[in-house]
Design a protein around this ligand. Structure first.
Ligand code: ADP
Ligand code: ADP
Ligand code: ZN
Length: 213
């Protein structure tokens, strides 16, 4: 099963991609996580991506497309994958369609988690990410057992640098301008499924399970 997670920043793509991983045993591939890991390790890619990410802009397509096409060609993705945060522009979607076409395959589902900008802005203030392992929490919706500490690795929970309110607003503008057109792109391919992102963790998980079967 080949799945794409669509939705604004903070709609819950990463959280629910992880739920699908557990249920369907296919890897979740998050381009945001890949970039953050590269920044942490100080790689060339990380150095190139950082200024765009900190400003709330998209990293240029040419830094993203080959990376994802390579990644989905790996052995663990041969039975399927979930892409979280890719594609984010029409050229990225076209590159993905082309790469899959070359293998005689295509995306099965584009899951669009829908939320208003106001709901996103309200929710984003509570997102916390582990500095150690990257696990995501929410101070109200997904609290860790011990405040400020990751359940999985004991690392410190932090506010992501690009989650300050000003950068979130910028990212929402970028989303509406560059990423929202993908909704129509995948609707035309007949694979779009819409999910109400305000349903809560349980509600969204249930809606996704009903779609994927
Ligand atoms: P969120 O989950 O909040 O939407 P991500 O972790 O997916 O954020 O992405 C963080 C940042 O990484 C983005 O704002 C962007 O700068 C960069 N990024 C991630 N994926 C892509 C992509 N497919 N194309 C361009 N930039 C990307
Ligand atoms: P994205 O990957 O789309 O940027 P995340 O998965 O990081 O979004 O979720 C954003 C924040 O909202 C996180 O703090 C997460 O714990 C929380 N969250 C995710 N899905 C839900 C949901 N369905 N209901 C309530 N909170 C959620
Ligand atoms: Zn951790």
């Amino acid at each position: 099963m080949k799945i794409i997670m669509l939705g604004a920043p903070g709609a819950g793509k990463g959280t629910h991609a992880k739920g699908i991983v557990e249920a369907y045993k296919i890897p979740a591939i998050s381009t945001g996580d890949i970039f953050r890991q590269n920044i942490k390790e100080g790689t060339e890619l990380g150095k190139k991506a950082k200024s765009y990410m900190d400003a709330g802009d998209l990293v240029p397509d040419d830094l993203v497309c080959d990376l994802v096409v390579d990644r989905i060609g790996k052995d663990d993705a041969k039975d399927g994958f979930i892409l979280d945060g890719f594609p984010r522009t029409i050229p990225q979607a076209e590159a993905l369609t082309k790469a899959l076409e070359a293998k005689g395959t295509a995306i099965d589902y584009a899951l669009d988690i829908e939320m208003s900008d106001d709901a996103i802005i309200e929710r984003m203030g509570g997102r916390r990410v582990c500095a150690g392992c990257g696990a995501t929490y929410h101070v109200v919706n997904v609290p860790p057992k011990k405040e400020g500490i990751c359940d999985k690795c004991g690392g410190n929970l932090e506010l992501r640098k690009d989650d300050d309110p000003e950068t979130v607003k910028k990212r929402l503008d970028v989303y509406h301008e560059q990423t929202a057109p993908l909704i129509d792109y995948y609707k035309k391919q007949g694979v779009l499924r819409e999910i109400d992102g305000t349903l809560g963790i349980e509600g969204v998980s249930k809606a996704i399970k009903e779609i994927l079967g």
